[in-house]
Design a protein around this ligand. Structure first.
Ligand SMILES: [Fe+2]
Length: 292
């Protein structure tokens, strides 16, 4: 499909010509705002105030930035979950907003408002976010940025495969999964992803190993392995639990962040009654043993 080039602010005619699945290359002026900014904006409008930027044709990017690495104005940023903006979006759509960049489902009210005003949503997924986060961490900790991007791009390359195919790939690449990995099929994608990335995509051994350990971790991880494990955990679209402290630590104390990450992961699985892979426990205990 051809990519449509658009420039924000959008004209109603070009916005309305968009169809589901259309690929878009968007440039121009794009505003970033999350829930707090939306709330303030709507409160201001309700008081009869002038919006701080023209809403006519505006595209608003629901942007979730990670903490800024030292010396940088902003950390890696990616689209955040859209429902946080659902209470405010109908007001902005009525006043001329023509594009929303975010991810996840929208409420009925937002969908109704979109139908009423005939407006498009411009959605974005999570791959770019993991790559940006991995690159930012690589930059901060002195790892090779390109290797980090590559590992982040390919780390889940076999994730959609079912267990049968995962096990077939293990046999094809001469890998013997351990008992826990066989039981918990989800863990297999790290093993097969690493093998496929190495054999079929030609990544380096360093990138392969970073993919291999991105799910369970292990004791005594190498720099890129740490970065990919953490990037996967804290990339901006992850919002299954409060990651504020982990995101802050990731740019200040890499091993401290890993220790917190493994501790959280192990506790979370135990709380859900799910099996914890021994490598994650070993990773946590190894890091704990290294702390002063
Ligand atoms: Fe994964």
């Amino acid at each position: 499909m051809e990519i449509m080039r658009l420039s924000a602010p959008l004209g109603a005619e070009e916005a309305l010509s968009l169809r589901a699945g259309q690929r878009v290359l968007l440039s121009g002026t794009i505003y970033t705002a999350r829930d707090a900014a939306h709330r303030r904006l709507c409160e201001l409008l309700a008081r009869g105030g002038e919006p701080p930027f023209p809403l006519e044709g505006a595209v608003i990017y629901y942007c979730g930035p990670a903490p800024a690495p030292p010396g940088r104005p902003i950390g890696a940023a990616g689209p955040t979950t859209s429902y946080r903006m659902d209470a405010y979006a109908p007001t902005l759509l009525r006043l001329g907003e023509l594009g929303m960049i975010g991810k996840g489902k929208r409420s009925e009210q937002v969908v109704d408002a979109m139908k009423e005003y005939g407006l498009p949503v411009i959605a974005a997924g999570g791959i770019a976010d993991g790559r940006q986060m991995a690159a930012a961490l690589a930059l901060r900790w002195g790892a090779d940025e390109e290797s980090a991007r590559r590992a982040a791009l390919l780390h889940d390359c076999t994730k959609k495969f079912d267990k049968e195919l995962q096990l077939a790939l293990c046999r094809q690449y001469g890998i013997e999964p351990d008992a826990a990995e066989r039981r918990e099929g989800k863990l297999l994608h790290a093993i097969t992803g690493a093998a496929v990335a190495y054999a079929d995509f030609g990544v380096s051994g360093e990138v392969r190993d970073a993919i291999r350990w991105h799910t369970t971790g292990k004791a005594d991880m190498k720099l890129l392995e740490k970065i990919i494990y953490l990037a996967d955990y804290i990339e901006p679209t992850r919002d299954f639990c409060d990651l504020t402290e982990l995101r802050r630590l990731a740019f200040e104390d890499l091993d401290g962040a890993l220790l917190l990450g493994f501790t959280m992961a192990v506790e979370d699985l135990a709380k859900k009654g799910m099996p914890v892979h021994p490598n994650s426990v070993l990773a946590r205990d190894y890091l704990k043993g290294k702390r002063p």
